[in-house]
Design a protein around this ligand. Sequence first.
Ligand code: BES
Ligand code: MN
Ligand code: ZN
Length: 497
Amino acid sequence: MEYSIKSGDPAKQRTACLILGVFSKRQLSPLAQQLDKACKGFLQRILKRGDMTGKHGQQLMLYDAPGVQAERILLVGLGKARELNRKRYAKIVTSVVKGLNEGHAIEAVWGLCEVEIDDSTLPQTIRETVLSAEESLYRFTETKSEVKKPQRPLKRLGLFVHDRRHLKAAQQAQSHAQAIADGVKLTKDLANLPGNICTPGYLADQARKLGREHSELKVQILDEEQMAKLAMGALLSVSRGSSQPAKLIIMEYQGGRPGVKPVVLVGKGLTFDAGGISLKPSAAMDEMKYDMCGGASVIGALKACLEMALPINLIGVVPASENLPDGDANKPGDVVTSMSGQTIEILNTDAEGRLMLCDALTYSERFEPAVVIDIATLTGACVVALGHQTSGLMANNETLAGELLSAGAHVGDRAWQLPLWDDYQEQLDSNFADMANIGGKGAGAITAACFLSRYTKKFKWAHLDIAGTAWRSGTTKGATGRPVPLLAQFLLKRCGL
Ligand code: BES
Ligand code: MN
Ligand code: ZN
């Protein structure tokens, strides 16, 4: 959908539908009050009849309001003013936009951006509006033979901003939000594709496509032969068990001054993780097509960054492979040598993400990064610890950790930090190699990060475990596009925006 910022006299908005808020009980929002003056108390009279109290989620469509250019006015219940928070606001956006999309209006003007929500600023509310609207309109239809489309889908949404002093900031927030939404959509689309379509080669092609669409993006794909020359023994040991060749996708965006150290994003790109010889149980194994969500979020964050034309140097690295059990697959007990020279005893072939990431992290050294952030659906243990609401964060640098935590909080895409203390390192001890690839019973999310920490000594590094947050299971099964909003906000902030 297309968004724009609207301002001026609310009564003079020429639109099919003007959306206004009502708090309970029967309290018009400031903008609705202003409009009510223009239509001589029409709204108040309707409220007095008792059809609407302003309860959260209520909706009332009005036609032919006198003295108003809008064809329709949609009154939306916001609930009690002091109970209105982001989550409740997002729910309103989702249901109203869904209704409009199925209704008759193909464009509308949204008059709820200036209502007070917790401590959100106007730009934050604008972003929330755009992202929630896009979330509610998102459908993954690529693999359906027949798609039912609404007759008159919503195509344009104007976001009304009354206070002229805020117009510039509002416009910027709207255009940033649209870019972030585009990044989220790309991430979801890639992630929702099944493993037989979205292979490592397909992911590489999508990265190349992004490079063709944006000349500022340089894309390079390393094949297995090139990775062998780099001695990426850990990464290649994973792809040996699959007939799809692994790819190392490298995307370089130079939006900042030459010579300024880049931010490097490394995303786990397992296009399917069956576990290998340590085969996973079959229940819900289909969901392991989502094991490339880290990689997809790196590609999505780059897309957002390109569309925002951020003045930053940003590099994305996505090691992509399948993890399957064939005759050449890793076996428990195998010892492999990583690009760093450190040897790894593979005690569980299902802990493959770290084997891919460790070589991609070592590879990242060559960029002399300002910081490296890896994003991975790395451990079931992280889901146990933090559920589906919160991403796990571990870092070797507290400033970087703080930046990521606050970026997530700012956009409602939150992470929570787990400790990365040395105390946990000994769980990776191996009798036969420099380390084992699993850390035993306790603290699985942390020991996975401990493993990665042995490959990130040369730079500031943070690790986001998105195993719980990258997709939803059950009847609403599908990718969430997280943590693209967090990453985009982190990058915006680094650019001083
Ligand atoms: N991709 C999985 C992690 C995962 C599990 C993500 C469930 C989302 C939901 C990863 O490759 C994996 O299998 N991890 C193992 C590690 C274990 C063998 C130490 C796990 O979490 O069970
Ligand atoms: Mn696995
Ligand atoms: Zn995995």
